[in-house]
Design a protein around this ligand. Sequence first.
Ligand SMILES: Cc1ncc(COP(=O)(O)O)c(C=O)c1O
Ligand SMILES: N[C@@H](CCCC[NH3+])C(=O)O
Length: 440
Amino acid sequence: MYFHGTTTVNGQGHLEIGGVDTVYLVQKYGTPVYVYDVTLIRERARGFKQTFEKLGVKSQVAYASKAFSSIAMLNLVNEEGLSLDVVSGGELYTALAAKFPVERIHFHGNNKSKEELLLALEHNIGCIVVDNFYELELLESLCNEQKKSISILLRVTPGIEAHTHDYILTGQEDSKFGFDLQNGQAEEAIKIAMGSDHIKLLGIHCHIGSQIFDSTGFILAARKIIDKLAEWNSKFLYFPSVLNLGGGFGIRYTEEDEPLSPDSYVKEIIIEVQNRTKSYQLPMPEIWIEPGRSLVGEAGTTLYTIGSRKDVPNVRKYLAVDGGMSDNIRPALYEAKYEAVLANRPTATIEETFSIAGKCCESGDMLIWDLPLPKTVSNDILAVFCTGAYGYSMSNNYNRIPRPPVVFVENGEDYLVIKRETYEDLIRLDLPLPSKINQS
Ligand SMILES: Cc1ncc(COP(=O)(O)O)c(C=O)c1O
Ligand SMILES: N[C@@H](CCCC[NH3+])C(=O)O
């Protein structure tokens, strides 16, 4: 079995993460529970930053907080000196609550509301990644009204089809995101931004998709953008100080996945940008990236308690856990695959194959198909690896199941960073039917 980060088997034969016994974590916090290996997150953050530093390239590494946002997580991101990508008023609000330095916040989204843009302007955030003409116009009028100016990047779609699941592709021509690079929309947006009194056009952004395993797509995107930049430079003397090439660096969920190391992605991208700009005799822009999954994905493990079992003779053996698509919707949404072990006996001999079902009232609520496990009984603890990205952040209350807590572990210590939702939390926004009130 492949263990990520600090995950190991301890002297008691239990799975241990961050120096903390997972059986102890289950006794203390119950299940399901998301556990994050803080050391691994720090290692990834430093890996990205140091690659830029070693190559002497000015950069910002912005954590894409959609992967997992919480106050403690953003405190950690700040401690590591990263910047932050937010995509909604809620993510921005969390960043403000975490006292994240506003100048390092970048605001994304293809349909930012007036209220969201006003919140960003009020707090003078670092930059807004403008996605479309409607937003460009709205932002200009809000800046005018508020007597504010703001830095922006323009998000362009370079027409790249990265090899990943269709639902997490974003750089292709037929996409809801960004200004098209080929059909003249990006050029028109640049001219509008350059003519604005309130908007400072810092640079260009693109993001080609998520869970991408090689650097080809990033390199092609960089190439297409720089070719266009050379054209714009000679046409109207525009050259960006920032080129943001987004996130999307893949991780190893199962043995089928063979991602590059984070520093390899970065190195290859930098070399391409350096060579291409040099060949046009253009200056080297600052390079920004926005990793989400690759910073937190492998650092997260979800611990569940095994409950019921159903054997369908000659067909399949089901084991059900006390969570499911409510805490991890990725298998149901993308047919995502995961590896798992019994946390209370991770090295026991493999004897059977089980399919792991969730507890939601939905046949598609399956977490793992055909998982080899030792002899397994109710109350065993299942540890599902690599749930750190888009797990908690896409969790939901389907069937009114409360969200699990999040615990950080590091150097033998554990600390709760998000509490378990309670049944009271589930009804806190509910109001009774008015007629019933009148009758009572
Ligand atoms: C604009 C943008 N930046 C960054 C990310 C982060 O992607 P990932 O979590 O795959 O690194 C995404 C999500 O795909 C995105 O849409
Ligand atoms: N939510 C997706 C990734 C989307 C990335 C956001 N642009 C996933 O779990 O893989």
